[in-house]
Design a protein around this ligand. Structure first.
Ligand SMILES: *Cc1c(COP(=O)(O)O)cnc(C)c1O
Length: 364
């Protein structure tokens, strides 16, 4: 992997999403806009029912199944509407009015998922880390065996916490994996439903991935609009209507890139090295204060502050001068956030840590 040059300018892209993608994906996708696979047609003008696009969709689905090592009970869907649509599509399909689902309240995105679920049924929040601004993952919570499903966010993109271990529970597990899917190995087959907006680790904005186990569907009594019923999308191979053709294509290319690289185990190693370097640097320089400690630290989104506002401003402009993009924290939390998604090269993290060391020395 190498750093990405746009118009010969060196850029280190720490954006939280949409975010950095592999350079070869940009190159291939650019070529396909002018001429897709030597057909003389642009990827933007081929019919989604053509065999040309069917092959793209087939490869995207097959590669994702292979990378995630999914069994035959799990279906892969590419749907519209981003992860935010899944906040309501999930309870709409799985939860009847009088039934209860358990949710973990671990950050901004989980809170939004809870709000939407309450429209369709009863929600029991089993634990929350709101008391400390979502800077940790609650431990030892109990998931009642009577609930319809348990929902949690595997990686809290804004607050910088991550749950890598899958909770022990007999109830169907549902997870929002938008910001850490495909970044480390896990037994994805233990989930009944997984969803993720593509724009962080899978590809371009405009599509989200849903992995669903067929046996949990068709059990609610409410009538579902056709576009909201997962079963219709399974039956129609994610082409119930016109899919976001280009976004699916970029996902296919990114998945192909990950497979060629050695899949999830290989990228996990690279991700661990990147995250360790950044956290070790933060821990060694007292001027910076990481917001999350220990095992709860996200390896995808590293959140930290400098306690003096003047110095924060100075460090931010220093980053800007050195081609670091997207390092400013979320508008709700302030400070800094460096997102280290799969496609971010090691050298970008090295460049950032070198800058931090220089800065600390100057102000030490
Ligand atoms: C980005 C993000 C979302 C929102 O995704 P959209 O595609 O913009 O709806 C939801 N959950 C998590 C964990 C995210 O990181």
């Amino acid at each position: 992997m190498s750093a990405i040059y746009h118009n010969t300018k060196l850029v280190h892209n720490f954006n939280s999403g949409p975010s950095v993608l592999p350079r070869e994906v940009f190159e291939e996708a650019s070529r396909a806009i002018m001429d897709f696979n030597n057909t003389g047609l642009s990827i933007l003008e081929i019919g989604h029912r053509s065999s040309l696009f069917q092959e793209v969709m087939d490869e995207a689905i097959a590669t994702l199944k292979e990378l995630m090592v999914l069994d035959s009970e799990h279906e892969v869907l590419f749907l519209h509407g981003g992860a935010s649509t899944q906040f309501f599509q999930v309870p709409m399909n799985l939860l009847d009015d009088k039934e209860t689902a358990a949710y973990l309240d671990c950050g901004t995105w989980g809170t939004k998922a809870i709000k939407e679920a309450k429209i369709f049924g009863q929600v029991e929040v089993v634990a929350s880390s709101k008391d400390k601004d979502y800077t940790y993952i609650p431990k030892g919570f109990i998931i009642p065996e009577t609930v319809k499903y348990f929902h949690y966010t595997t990686n809290n993109t804004i607050e910088g916490t991550q749950m890598r271990d899958i909770p022990d529970s007999g109830v169907p597990l549902v997870a929002d994996m938008s910001s850490d899917i495909l970044s480390h190995t896990m037994d994805f087959n233990r989930f009944s439903l997984i969803y993720a907006g593509a724009q962080k680790n899978i590809g371009a904005a405009g599509v989200n991935v849903v992995v669903v186990k067929k046996d949990i569907l068709g059990k609610v009594s409410r009538r579902l609009p056709s576009m909201m019923d997962y079963r219709n999308h399974i039956e129609n191979g994610s082409m119930l209507n016109t899919p976001p053709v280009f976004a699916v294509y970029v996902c296919m290319l990114t998945l192909r890139w990950l497979k060629k690289l050695g899949g999830i185990p290989e990228i996990e190693e690279k991700n661990n090295v990147k995250a360790k370097l950044l956290y070790d640097t933060l821990d060694s320089l007292p001027i910076f204060r990481p917001k999350v400690s220990g095992n709860d630290r996200s390896r995808m989104n590293v959140v930290f502050v400098i306690d003096e506002p003047e110095l924060e401003k100075e460090f931010l402009s220093l980053c800007k001068e050195n081609g670091m993009v997207g390092i400013k924290g979320h508008r709700s939390t302030g400070g800094f956030r460096a997102s280290l998604y799969n496609a971010l090269p090691q050298e970008s993290v090295t460049a950032l840590t070198e800058l931090m060391k220089d800065f600390a020395q100057k102000h030490g």
